[in-house]
Design a protein around this ligand. Structure first.
Ligand code: PEP
Ligand code: MG
Length: 325
């Protein structure tokens, strides 16, 4: 029986009527790769790189990072791995930089903002990721992008890192795909512009819900307002998916919503290209995808988009789940 379950995990995430979605894993440590692959991940859609910087007093150097990244790319090859550049700040700090003492850290100097303020730190990571790109199927994405200028600045540092490596005769993939995370309402509103700057989008709903509904994702007093099925959340995600597809780029979703069985059929209906989720949730989500069909998902999406309240959407989504079992 266990063998049967194991084989089931490795089946492709394809709907009953033949639509294929990529199911990838979110990981924080290289040690999670075996669990991700055993659970049927087709690759890594989000590698949260900040963990190598935490719980230490110094900063990891480029060689230390490159060694780790090369391992990851080589072990996973030919499967893909998407490196997210440092997402520090808010709740994650490195002692080498001390506390920033911000009143509102979630809206402060975090993620790409922090990296652009500390270019040497940023460039050493970009160089390490580029070095790993010579060993496997590596993509890179920038977190918390708020506008076009930030993407261009980040890409300028990447171009500089490439030029340096080229001069030094170090191998890398010059065509490495570059994407951004869509986590801020400002990025949603200009998704059509942003789509022309990059190769792919990855929607980070954990932050996107926080910033669009205005509810701290870690505050239990207001957790009742943190709603993936809020009509605004769904419209927001759909705007991003449509903008990406209109521009001809792929769009993935890597927030917790990707492991929510109630949300996944709606995301399929929108035409999401891939989902990236915690390894343990992959078998269940793959099973849901295989038991559903795209025609029903699109119908569900149409109905859901007409609903004005979360409770009405919940009702529709519940009916849909029980229908498919
Ligand atoms: C997100 O915001 O949805 C996301 C995937 O990033 P993190 O949870 O690491 O902020
Ligand atoms: Mg995030």
């Amino acid at each position: 029986y266990t063998l049967k379950i194991k084989r089931g995990c490795q089946l492709p995430a394809e709907t009953y009527d033949g639509s294929r979605v990529q199911v990838l894993a979110n990981i924080e440590l290289v040690e999670e790769i075996p669990a991700a692959l055993d659970n049927g991940a087709e690759g890594v859609g989000l590698y949260r790189t900040e963990y190598a910087y935490l719980n230490r007093t110094d900063l990891p150097g480029e060689d230390e990072l490159a060694e780790k990244y090369i391992d990851l790319a080589a072990i996973l090859s030919p499967r893909k791995v998407v490196f997210r550049t440092l997402d520090l700040g808010a709740d994650k700090f490195i002692s080498a930089f001390g506390e920033l003492n911000e009143t509102n850290p979630a809206m402060g100097l975090r993620a790409i903002r922090f990296c652009l303020r500390n270019p040497e730190l940023f460039k050493s990571q970009l160089r390490a990721i580029l070095r790993a790109s010579a060993y496997g199927n590596v993509s890179l994405m920038f977190p918390m992008i708020s506008g076009v200028k930030e993407v261009r600045q980040a890409k300028a540092w990447l171009a500089q890192a490439k030029a340096e490596l080229r001069r030094e005769g170090v191998d890398f993939n010059p065509e490495m795909p570059v994407g951004i995370m869509i986590e801020l309402p400002s990025a949603v509103m200009i998704a059509d512009f942003l789509a022309r700057e990059v190769d792919f989008f990855s929607i980070g709903t954990n932050d996107l819900i926080q910033y669009s509904i205005g509810v701290d994702r870690t505050n239990h007093h207001v957790s009742y307002l943190y709603q993936p099925l809020h009509p605004a959340t769904l419209r927001t995600i759909k705007l991003v998916v449509d903008a990406a597809h209109q521009a001809g780029i792929e769009v993935s979703l890597c927030g917790e919503v990707a492991s929510d069985p109630f949300c996944v059929p709606i995301l399929l209906g929108m035409g999401i290209d891939s989902l990236s989720l915690t390894p343990q949730a992959i078998p269940g989500i793959k099973r849901i995808i295989r038991q559903t069909n795209m025609h029903d998902c699109r119908k569900l999406l149409r109905k859901v988009l007409e609903c004005r309240t979360v409770s009405r959407i919940n009702g529709l989504v519940m009916d849909n789940i029980f229908k498919s079992f």
